[in-house]
Write a protein that binds this ligand. Structure first.
Ligand code: FAD
Length: 327
């Protein structure tokens, strides 16, 4: 895919009541640096959500009315692809969630587009689009170029901090689509959303701050929760902690768990086995708390604290609370 001058970037968004999800706002912020931004949503958004899109510089909102709801993945993929075509976008972005990976793949197939999952769009010096991703437990950086006219990228959370842009006049378009037969063939009898972990905390895969505990907690996640509460962080864990039944499987970070890329990852009582590192090494700042000064996690961390987590974490939480109260 070569540089065509001004790009149009379509972003799939998922409004939760009146709010645009923070991860979607990150993707919109990223998209603004690449071209004009159009949002594509399944159904009608509330006026508040539309205001938020305008504040983030989105110029067009395509509200897709589909005969099958976007909760059915092929219907969402078809609706998204229709939105991308409608605005003539050459780049389509979604956040990286399990559902969005599938939506992006099906939409890319329909659009004849190249797809890179869990990456960050970037422009090279000539303005050509690249998808950047860090792989193999953070040991390789891959830059992919597109040979197709349209590119689809699912964007890893916390690639960028969301920030409002120049407020735009939002042009709202309604687009009616008929879902493909494979979507219409599905009958939803019951739909229940399983709240991942603690509903009062951010989603682990999208959180800006993550506090994770391992076998060193000896089953007491109290200090982990205390620090997570002070920071507004998600709680993560190693597989050993999950296998012991100390925390839900949803919290497992690593090769066979969730991949996180927060601004700050704090790992306490975690040795830093390669299986765990593969899921957190992309964090921007890594803090490790361990009684063993030789623990492997110290080899890759930015800040190492040698100490008992039961003593260190409550003190850190207390200082954070004091700092926030004084601000
Ligand atoms: C196929 C496969 C897939 C796997 N997938 C994953 C995965 O997705 N995610 C994952 O995490 N693991 C995974 N594992 C397991 C992984 O290899 C490690 O066994 C696991 O990550 C170790 O967990 P841990 O760090 O909690 O425990 P340990 O390695 O036992 O480390 C505990 C650490 O706590 C420290 N400690 C003890 N007491 C304290 C204290 N009071 N204060 C501070 N520090 C203390 C110790 O010094 C030690 O460093 C996988 C393994 C296999 C074989």
């Amino acid at each position: 895919m070569t540089n065509h001058g001004k790009r149009t970037v379509a972003v799939l968004i998922d409004a939760a009541n009146d709010r645009i999800r923070p991860a979607d706002l990150e993707v919109i912020t990223l998209a603004r640096g690449l071209g004009g931004v159009a949002a594509v949503a399944g159904g009608e958004l509330t006026p508040k959500a539309k205001d938020e899109l305008a504040r983030y510089g989105v110029t067009t909102l395509v509200e897709v009315e589909s005969d099958v709801p976007f909760t059915i993945t092929p219907a969402a993929a078809h609706g998204f692809a229709a939105g991308v075509r409608h605005v003539g976008a050459d780049l389509a972005l979604t956040t990286t969630t399990f559902a969005n990976r599938e939506i992006a793949a099906l939409a890319a197939q329909e659009l004849g587009a190249g797809l890179v999952a869990d990456a960050q769009p970037q422009l090279d010096e000539a303005g050509n689009l690249l998808a950047f991703k860090r792989v193999f437990a953070g040991t390789w950086d891959i830059y992919s170029a597109f040979t197709t006219d349209v590119a689809v990228i699912t964007v890893r959370a916390n690639s960028i901090q969301a920030a409002p842009g120049d407020a735009a006049n939002l042009n709202v378009v309604s687009l009616s689509v008929k879902a493909p037969a494979r979507a219409a063939a599905v009958t939803t009898t019951r739909r229940s959303v399983h709240p991942a972990g603690d509903a009062s905390r951010p989603t682990l895969s999208e959180a800006a701050y993550v506090v994770a505990g391992g076998r060193g907690t000896e089953g007491d996640f109290g200090p982990i929760n205390t620090l997570a509460d002070a920071l507004g962080a998600a709680v993560g864990a190693t597989r050993d902690a999950v296998d012991e039944g100390w925390v839900d499987h949803d919290a497992q970070i690593g090769q066979t768990g969730v991949t996180v890329a927060p601004l700050v990852y704090i790992g306490a009582g975690i040795s830093g086995a390669p299986h765990h590192r593969g899921g957190m090494q992309a964090a921007q700042t890594i803090v490790a708390v361990n009684v063993d000064a030789e623990t492997p996690l110290f080899d890759i961390c930015d800040f190492a604290v040698v100490g008992d987590l039961a003593a260190v974490l409550p003190q850190a939480a207390q200082r954070i609370r004091e700092y926030r109260a004084a601000k």
